[in-house]
Ligand binder design. Sequence first.
Ligand code: GAL
Length: 413
Amino acid sequence: MKTSRIALFASALMCSAAFSAQAAELEVIHWWTSGGEQAAVSLLAKEFDANGQDQWRDSAIAGGEQARAVVMQRILGGDAPQAAQFNNSRQFEELAEAGLLLDLSDLAKKEKWRDVVRPKSILDPCEIDGKIYCVPVNIHSDQWLWTNKAIYKEVGLKEPQSWQDVIDQAGKIRDAGYIPLAVGGQGWQEDLTFDDVFMGVGGKELWNKVYVDRDEDAAKSPEVAKVFETYAKLRDLTDEGSAGRNWNDTTSLVINGKAAAQAMGDWARGEFVLAGKTAEVDYGCVPGPSEHPILTTGGDIFIFPKQDDADKEAAQLRLASMLLSPDVQVKFNTAKGSSPVRGDVNMASADPCMQKGLALLNDDANIALPKNAILSSDTDGRIQDLVSQFWNTPSMTVADVQDQFVHILQDGS
Ligand code: GAL
C-alpha cells in the first residue's frame, strides 16, 4: 500500500520536478570512512555543492554491510535518505522491484549512458525490468596484492606472481620479522581473499562455471577443492591482530613496513596515496596474482530512493548527472583508486597501478563479473558466511566446506 502511494506520488511529481530550480539538501549515505575514501567522497560533495543550488549532507557509516542495512531500514521505515551507495551488484534489486527507487531512465537516455559507460556489464545491474535505477561511479576490482617493496628487497625476494609464491615465500618473510600476508579478519575481507584465490588458482572459466552456470560438477571438482586448500594455507600467513581488523588498518601494516602484502581491492591504493607513497617505488600492486590475471568489474553505484518532494527529486537527478560527468569521473576515480566507468575520459594522469588496471580492463578476456553481481544478496551472504566459518575453523575439512558450498549454490538464487 505504502509502496504504491510513494510510487504514484513520485511519478506525478516527475514533470514539475524537471522544471524546478529550487535548492535542495540531499542526505547521502555511504561507507567511505577511511582516509583515502574520505578524500575521494569529499570531492563529490564539493562538486555537488559548487552547483550553487544544492547541498550534499554527508552520512558516513563505517562498514558496507552496516551502511546498507541502515539504508534498507530507513527506506522501509519511511525515512529514506535521498541517495545511497551500494555495490554494483544485485544488492538493491528488491528495492527497485518494490518501486522504491527513482527511475533514472529518462536522464540515462538523454545523457546516453548506454553509449558512454563501458564495459557494458557495468550498467547492467542498474537496469531492472528495462528501467535504469542507479548510477555507477567507478569500477573496482578485488584481485590485487598490495606489497611493501622495501621488505621484498630486504629479504631478497621478487614480488609473488602466484598464490603458491605467496605461500612459498612466507617462511623467509616471517623469519625476517614481517607478516607475510596481512588479513583483516572480517567476513567480507575473508571472502574477498577467497575470491582472489579462486580467480588466481581456479581461473575465469571455473569461476563462470561455478557461479554463472551453477554447474554442480564444477563446484564439486578437484579444482575447487584446490582453491579451498590453497586458501586454508593462508591462515598461517597473517598475524595475531587479524581478528576484526578494518581493511585500512591492515593496509597501514603494509604502508608502515610491518607486513609484506595484503590482498585487497584497488581502493587500497587511496591509502598509499594519502600516506604520500609512490606506486611501484614504495609499494607494488600485483594483479591476480596468477599467470593470467583476471579482474572483476565491481564497484559502487548510487541509488536515489523516491521522495514525496519535487525539489528533492530534481536535485537527485542533478546529483545523478554530476556523478557520471567526465570531469568528476576523472577526479573522483583518481583519488579513489578505481577506474572511471566512462570510456571517453582521459586518464593519462593515472599512476602505474591504475594504468595496469586500465590496460587489463580494456580486454574482455581479462574481466569477470563479481560474485555479488551474479548471486542474489542472500546467496552471496551465505557463501560469505561459509567462507568466513572455514577461515576461522582450521578443523573444518575441505570436503566439508566444499559440500556446503555446493549445497548453497544449488539451493540459492
Ligand atoms: C567496497 C567498495 C569500495 C571500498 C570498499 C571498502 O565495497 O566498493 O568503494 O570503499 O568497500 O570500504
